[in-house]
Design a protein around this ligand. Structure first.
Ligand code: GDP
Ligand code: PGA
Ligand code: MN
Length: 620
């Protein structure tokens, strides 16, 4: 039996939901209970509407196809609508909140005609954790309810928390696909969403409020994820003295059975999910997963930072995921998984580019067209069978390497924080900051180099696109103030208790060395365990480092190379030494092009770090 509005005993939630009903005018209202029966019934509704296909080959798995205009986040339509423009910072789109609300109210008026409004009580983080936060999402999309069921703790167990405490806080999240139906009209196999110019993904930071209109895509519609757990949570974290970050969390065990927990911030498509689930190539070491995308970290009484994964599932990129590249992700998505924009095989399975085996016979591509499998499985750009941003939504508990404490309400104590990105030159394989503030500096300069593959403008190639802390599209306030918040976090504890900060780079390239697969000077993936092992030992104070002008780096022989191909043994010295000239240019670029954007919001501590490193490099 579904829950109804009468089951909500929390006055503020009732009032808010009733206002949303009055504005959106749905045909029906259902309060989501989170049961399997409800999930199955909603999925059947999607199958009947022609939106979902059951996969014969995978237990309780379904495939959805979106419209080509609704396949990813749309940063140009994403707004931080703070009262003052300056508070949205130089890196976010901004519209005045009263103006934007007026625009969006017009769109929301009657937008749920012909549809059901689902009221989803959800919790970000383990139930009962002091670090967790609750929200209510109202949506007119069954797809959203189904995905939220996997990605968050949702339903009656969360409603019970609200009903038990009429003062319990919640983040109100309003979502509509923006596609009202006329009487007797159905979606009839067409993914509902609005045209791009009507899409708005809006965060109102002062009110801790989210309004999303016109898109059904994950990051735009599953409002617990990027909108709440990052954009709103960064603001809460600033005000309450903790950290909400775009970071994986992993558990690392050494051959002696000692455990350390590590978080890592890499921009989208730079290897978070892979690192969180890696299978070490060095004997005796073990990596287990706590989270693959978002970390919330708060100080414990002992002065250490404890992290939880606010999510309950993985919203992973399918293309490129294979038994070779990330077996644990594949196994996680074997059952009870929602696939979006993958290709469909004749025998009722999903397929994507880079799945590790060729497709057979005919496929239905992500646009719904039946096509012959290509001989080499390599489609020209734009003609892939699966969309390059095709996704799987899989329950985290199905991950073969999920850590037993992944839902521990206390969180896990973090020993090391990693920053990284795709940097073909300059940045070494690994270096450790000299201090907390130097670590904040490293986070602030994170970026990926633009490659020939991502631009047609040759003058752009090699330039660095900065993505500070990998949180550029997800920071809910002024990025300069965010840097300052990180500096202040470092003042709340002592260096011995704070996590050590490292910058890693799996992506150094040498185009002239033909022996290197993909031109990469480091094998990456499971072999990143060799770097994790060095980091682990650093945290134990092992004498395995030398102090260089840019920070601590591995002593000769301190990175385990047993079993590495000879050509990687040859490249290792190059990627573990300081590129003095490269770093001088790097710092000049930060000083001239990156930091000035933040104006008076840039903390002076960061400028001091540049001067300090420049000075050390000049003496080198
Ligand atoms: P996320 O978006 O940050 O979670 O990134 P993913 O883990 O999904 O990886 C994004 C892409 O980077 C995939 O194509 C991976 O195969 C690739 N990748 C991940 N780790 C490595 C690595 O260590 N080396 C190299 N060369 N590629 C990697
Ligand atoms: P991502 O975001 O692009 O950082 O993976 C996922 C999403 O769009 O929800
Ligand atoms: Mn990922």
């Amino acid at each position: 039996m579904s829950l109804t509005l009468n089951d909500i005993k929390h006055p503020k939630i009732s009032t808010w939901v009733n206002e949303m009903i009055a504005m959106c005018e749905p045909d029906n209202v259902v309060v989501v209970d989170g049961t399997q029966e409800e999930y199955d019934a909603l999925m059947q509704k999607c199958v009947k509407a022609g939106l979902a296909t059951k996969l014969a080959k995978k237990e309780n798995c379904y495939l959805f196809r979106s419209l080509p205009s609704d396949v990813a986040r749309v940063e140009s339509r994403t707004f931080i609508s703070s009262v003052k423009e300056e508070d949205a910072g130089p890196t976010n789109h901004w519209i005045d909140p009263s103006e934007l609300k007026q625009t969006m109210r017009k769109l929301y008026k009657g937008c749920m005609h012909g549809r059901t409004m689902y009221v989803i009580p959800f919790c970000m983080g383990p139930l009962g954790s002091p670090i967790s936060k609750n929200g209510i999402e109202v949506t007119d999309s069954e797809y959203v309810v189904l995905n939220m069921d996997i990605m968050t703790r949702a339903g009656k167990k969360v409603l019970d928390i609200f009903n038990a405490d009429v003062n319990a806080e919640f983040v109100p999240c309003l979502h509509s696909v923006g596609k009202p139906l006329r009487e007797c009209e159905s979606d009839n196999g067409i993914w509902p969403c609005a045209d791009v110019e009507y899409k708005y993904i809006t965060q109102f930071p002062e009110e801790r409020l989210i309004w999303s209109y016109g898109s059904g895509y994950g990051g735009n519609a599953l409002l617990g994820k990027k909108c709440f757990a990052l954009r709103i949570a960064t603001v809460l974290a600033r005000d309450e003295g903790w950290l909400a970050e775009h970071m994986l969390i992993l558990k690392l065990t050494n051959p002696k059975g000692e455990v350390k927990y590590v978080t890592g911030a890499f921009p989208s498509a730079c290897g978070k999910t892979n690192l969180a689930m890696l299978i070490p190539t060095i004997p005796g070491w073990k990596v287990e997963t706590i989270g693959d995308d978002i970390a919330w970290m708060k100080f414990g009484k002992d002065g250490r930072l404890y992290a939880i994964n606010p999510e309950a599932g993985f919203f992973g990129v399918a293309p490129g995921t294979s038994a070779e590249s990330n077996k644990n992700a594949l196994v996680s998505a074997e059952k009870n998984t929602i696939y979006t924009n993958c290709a469909l095989t004749e025998d009722g399975d999903v397929w994507w580019e880079g799945i590790g085996y060729p497709a057979q016979g005919k496929l239905v591509d992500w646009k719904g067209k039946t096509r012959d499998a290509l001989p080499k499985d390599k489609a020209p750009k734009g003609e892939e069978m699966a969309h390059p941003n095709a996704r799987f939504t899989a329950p985290a508990k199905q991950c073969p390497c999920i850590a037993k404490e992944w839902e521990d309400p206390a969180g896990v104590p973090i020993s090391a924080i990693l920053f990284g990105g795709r940097r073909p030159s300059t940045i070494p394989l690994v270096h450790q900051s000299l201090s907390w503030n130097h670590g904040v500096f490293l986070g602030s300069i994170v970026g990926s180099e633009i490659t020939a593959a991502s631009t047609i403008d040759a003058s752009q190639v090699g330039k660095i696109r900065r993505d500070p802390f990998a949180i550029l599209p997800f920071c809910g306030y002024n990025m300069g103030d965010y840097f300052k918040h990180w500096i202040e976090i470092g003042q709340k504890s002592t260096e011995d208790k704070l996590p050590k900060i490292f910058y890693v780079n799996w992506f150094r390239k040498d185009a002239n060395n033909e022996k290197l697969p993909g031109g990469f000077m480091w094998p990456g993936y499971g072999d990143n365990s060799r770097v994790l092992a060095w980091i682990f030992d650093r945290c134990n104070g092992v004498d395995n480092a030398v102090e260089t002008p840019i920070g601590y780096m591995p002593k000769e022989g301190a990175i385990n190379t047993d079993g590495l191909a000879d050509y990687y043994k040859e490249t290792l010295p190059q990627i573990t030494k300081v590129d003095v000239e490269g770093w001088k240019k790097e710092l000049a670029d930060v000083k001239e092009n990156h930091y000035p954007k933040f104006g008076k919001h840039l903390p002076k501590e960061l400028s001091e770090i540049i001067d300090m490193i420049q000075d050390r490099l000049n003496k080198a």
